[in-house]
Design a binder for this molecule. Structure first.
Ligand code: ADP
Ligand code: MG
Length: 365
């Protein structure tokens, strides 16, 4: 089921009476979620992710704009008529019901032709439980389950009606790191197996990048960029997106373009054809540095961390916006820690330029 968001806007009255105007939680969001894809809705806390999700599921009414499921305008439909399955951050399981009863719950309100017998409901509950591998836990109460198991129950409950659209709001944030990894792979597997169009909300860029077919990066209610995770990482449209994606984060420097060359301080680091002379903000991905004793960029060495496959070199540079510069180098390289200075040359495709005022990307031809 394709989902189309058309100029979707949500305003809330301002809670702070001293501040003027409404809070624009979501501002003119237009996007088409292709059938069967998993879209990661990504951005910092408060950027409008949950509000967007709640509008798609029908729990919140848009101030303006429309939502289509396939060709049907569902903007005015209540949640139960939309055919959506929702998983919230805090599971929201019924504590006094067993796992089985929790999963069956959404099926009990079906009316008329859709009404199911007890046996049919149980069968569907077992199918959903199998999907998330909790068949052995059906008679337990939520209080007798781990966080990860509870989250699986919540997913099974969302899946039991075979929704047309699955909506997940930070579903992994209450889990510990290892379980988070495992459960996200599980969600990906289930999504692939069932082909259900899915929106996955998270503030965790790594999570969104690893699980999504497409990511949508939001800031202050406004979509910044959409695209395949790797494409958005390689080609961020602005400094915000560049900084939001990637661990360790992109290194940011003050730079200058003069006569087709990029300077960081006095260091002539790169050719940048077709860009007029100006001051720029320079983003360099950690993997964009090459150890090179004749390299143009000199940094003061402050530490080296060996991380198995890679070496993380921590250094300082006067023109770095952040206190330290982090570069990731292949572990086959040797860093001479007796030296105060480490020199780098740069991989051109890992160096991104942004205008100083608007922080929009400047594309090097
Ligand atoms: P996210 O899920 O990305 O953290 P939300 O969608 O929850 O962000 O919130 C977006 C903005 O809308 C925030 O500024 C938040 O304070 C505001 N907001 C959300 N829900 C309400 C509400 N019911 N009433 C007033 N403001 C709200
Ligand atoms: Mg939220």
């Amino acid at each position: 089921m394709k989902v189309v968001l058309q100029n979707l806007t949500k305003k809330f009255p301002n809670r702070n009476r001293k501040a003027a105007g409404d809070v624009i939680a979501v501002n003119d969001f237009t996007f088409e979620i292709p059938d069967g894809k998993l879209v990661g809705l990504l951005g910092p806390s408060g950027c409008g992710k949950s509000t967007t999700l709640f509008m798609i599921c029908g729990l919140q009414e848009p101030t303006a704009g429309k939502i289509f499921f396939g060709d049907d305008d569902v903007t005015a439909l209540p949640p139960e008529k939309r055919g959506v399955g929702v998983v919230f951050q805090n599971y929201a399981l019924y504590p006094h019901l067993t796992v089985k009863q929790n999963i069956i719950f959404p099926l009990q309100n079906l009316k008329g032709a859709d009404k199911l017998s007890k046996a049919q409901m149980e069968e569907k509950a077992y199918e959903a439980a199998k999907l998330v591998q909790i068949e052995e836990l059906m008679e337990r109460k939520p209080g007798e389950l781990s966080g990860g198991q509870q989250q699986r129950v919540a997913i099974a409950r969302a899946m039991v009606k075979m929704p047309k659209v699955l909506l997940l709001d930070e579903p992994l944030s209450n889990l510990d790191a290892r379980l988070r990894l495992q459960t996200r792979e599980e969600i990906r597997r289930i999504q692939r197996e069932t082909g259900i169009t899915t929106v996955f909300v998270t503030h965790d860029q790594e999570e969104a990048m690893s699980i999504s077919d497409i990511i949508v990066v939001m800031k202050d209610g406004v979509v910044q960029q959409t695209g395949r995770p790797q494409d958005v990482y390689d080609n961020p449209a602005n400094l915000f997106v560049a900084k939001f994606l990637g661990t360790p984060p992109i290194n940011v420097f003050e730079g200058t373009v003069r006569n087709g060359r990029l300077y960081i301080g006095d260091a002539d680091v790169l050719a940048v054809q077709g860009i007029s002379d100006q001051e720029v903000t320079v983003g360099i991905r950690p993997e964009g540095f090459i150890l090179d004793e004749n390299g143009p960029l000199a940094c003061r060495l402050s530490g080296v961390e060996v991380m198995g496959r890679d070496i993380s070199v921590v250094s300082m540079n006067e023109f770095s916006v952040n206190p330290t510069v982090r570069s990731i180098i292949d572990a086959e390289n040797q860093v001479n820690t007796a030296c105060d200075t480490v020199r780098f040359s740069l991989k051109p495709n890992k160096v991104l330029l942004f205008t100083k005022d608007t922080e929009q990307r400047i594309y090097v031809s």
